[in-house]
Design a protein around this ligand. Sequence first.
Ligand code: APR
Length: 169
Amino acid sequence: MAAIEIVLGDITRERVDAIVTAANESLLGGGGVDGAIHRAAGPRLARAGGAIGPCEPGDALVTPAFDLDPPVRHIIHTVGPVWEGGGYGEADVLASCYRRSLAVADEIGARTVAFPAIATGVYGFPPDQAARIAVATIKATPTRVERVRLVAFDDDAHRLLQAAMSASE
Ligand code: APR
């Protein structure tokens, strides 16, 4: 099981083997964290994403990290669920994002991975429930990833992730 660290900051500055982006199905880039990562990785990321997309919600696909500095070698693109009230399997799709991203990390030999709070922005997933799903899924997923960093972009998200970690211990 991977060790989980909760951090506050900009995921594009993470010094890990692979950074996960909260993409849309086209993998051509968008706003939010996806926009930040595409800006940092450069235009080749959208071209590479477009070449392997579309990506189904809950799945994860990998590209090089292009202009991001070492040690970041890969971007793992995962598509979260659009929140529609909770009765449409959104929690299972979100759990699948974390599970599939760890499986892809194992395929590429990544030992350290940074995740944003997938689906909690534009896609509207309640951040407290999303934090619990992230922590529980990572703890329940066998992986050779040694360290997972859950990167909160603001204090509220940071507090929710810390609370989810405490509740899981
Ligand atoms: N570093 C870390 N986290 C960030 C950053 C950043 N630089 N920028 C934004 N975030 C956080 C947001 O605060 C939010 O908590 O990422 C989380 C996910 O929000 P979104 O980026 O809106 O992602 P999501 O809700 O999954 O919606 C995906 O938005 O940008 C489009 O192309 C994307 O269509 C897709 C949709």
